[in-house]
Design a protein around this ligand. Structure first.
Ligand code: UD1
Length: 351
């Protein structure tokens, strides 16, 4: 079996996916320029699996350097492309930077995939492509809406680019639409290392509970939902990671009927912000301060996944409950707090 190239493998979902791939017999290499990550999670991967994964510190926007990785590794059998900027708010302020980084890197990696005849490609997409849905749960055929942010636009355009390249040649691809990935590896050796003040709910909860953030703001409690706060589909990062292994096996075993297939990755359960806070308080035994603030612009009221397709075609089933998501996220936060190396990495600022 050839190697699997994971781009963005030093990041949150990429690192958990590398572990799942290794545990399922794949050998992996990584490309990550560490502009928003460090190699600290690769050390965690080595501790968990006993395998040292090679990282090429290459900017995928540099075609020649990306090409050189493929020249050196002629046995790449599949690519999982995570590398991208992902901060919604930042993308609104710096749209060009998002389009340039997320799209040039994707185009370069696809050019190499075509030139080196790599058969299998998996693209990290997001439920953000659905925008504010007319009906929930959303299925893969639900209408995609105009993107709420430049970040969201790069995911929509990315999907189109992958689809078009796939349809024009020999490449087979899968687009995985993640809902809200949270939690950490149960070993507490790897997890999310947010840059600066976290914008996402679960790291904001754990950082408030540990005292890094003084008070959590709940962005709105006047939505027409069961408790007034927004509803999302939180899914454990290890469940997301395993779906990549299954998607790859599905492509390798030639089970896909179409050249490019799309799968939602969510639990199928909608959870409100206030319910998520209560689940955290229950498993951690910590009460913490939160206040109700105004709505956050760009937030959709409610979204969760119809995940039947991933269950039926990929035989994917999520294993972790909401309590386990919160428990692993909390244990990881405690570990960051204790470990000076992780602590400094979790706080490093954007360039
Ligand atoms: C969004 C995108 C997702 C993307 C992610 C990247 C949608 C539907 N989802 O997730 O595709 O990958 O950004 O960052 O577009 N909240 C608070 N207080 C906080 C933080 C969050 O109340 O301090 C609330 C938010 O208002 C929201 C929920 O928690 O209702 C989840 O927010 P967040 O974790 O930021 O994820 P999304 O915005 O759903």
């Amino acid at each position: 079996m050839g190697k699997i190239l994971v781009t963005g493998g030093c990041g949150y979902i990429g690192s958990h996916t590398i572990i799942d791939l290794i545990e399922n017999g794949f050998s992996t290499i990584c490309i990550d320029n560490n502009s928003r990550s460090t190699t600290v999670l690769l050390s965690g991967i080595q501790e968990i699996t006993g395998v040292k994964v090679k990282n090429y510190k290459v900017d995928l926007c540099n075609f020649d350097e990306t090409y050189a990785v493929f020249q050196e590794n002629t046995d790449i059998e599949g690519i999982i492309h995570f590398a991208a900027y992902k901060a919604v708010g930042e993308s609104v302020g710096q749209p060009l930077m998002y389009f340039e980084n997320n799209l040039f890197s994707l185009i370069n990696i696809l050019k190499c995939a075509v030139e080196f005849k790599i058969p299998h490609f998996i693209f990290s997409s997001s439920c953000t492509v659905y925008g504010s849905p007319d009906t929930i749960p959303v299925t893969e055929t639900s209408k995609t809406k105009s993107a709420e942010s430049p970040y969201g636009a790069t995911k929509q355009m990315g999907e189109e680019i992958v689809k078009n390249i796939t349809n024009a040649g020999d490449l087979k691809s899968i687009l995985l639409r993640y809902f809200n990935p949270v939690g950490a590896h149960p070993s507490s050796l790897i997890g999310e290392l947010p840059l600066g003040k976290p914008q996402n709910l679960v790291p904001a909860i754990t950082q408030t509970a540990i005292g890094k953030i003084k008070e959590l703001t709940v962005h709105g409690n006047d939505y027409p939902t069961r408790d007034g706060s927004c509803i999302r589909d939180y899914i454990h990062v290890c469940d997301i990671a395993h779906a990549h292994t299954l998607a790859l096996q599905y492509l390798i075993e030639n089970k896909s009927q179409q050249k490019c297939e799309v799968f939602n990755l969510g639990t199928g359960d909608g959870v409100s912000v206030l319910e998520a806070i209560r689940a955290f308080e229950k498993v951690s035994g910590k009460k913490f301060n939160y206040k109700i603030g105004p709505r956050r612009s760009g937030d959709v009221m409610a979204i969760y996944a119809d995940n039947v397709l991933a269950k039926e075609k990929l035989s994917w089933h999520h294993k972790y409950s909401l309590d386990e998501m919160m428990d692993t996220a909390w244990k990881w936060e405690l570990k960051i707090h204790k470990d000076a190396t992780l602590h400094s990495n979790s706080n490093f600022q954007l360039n």
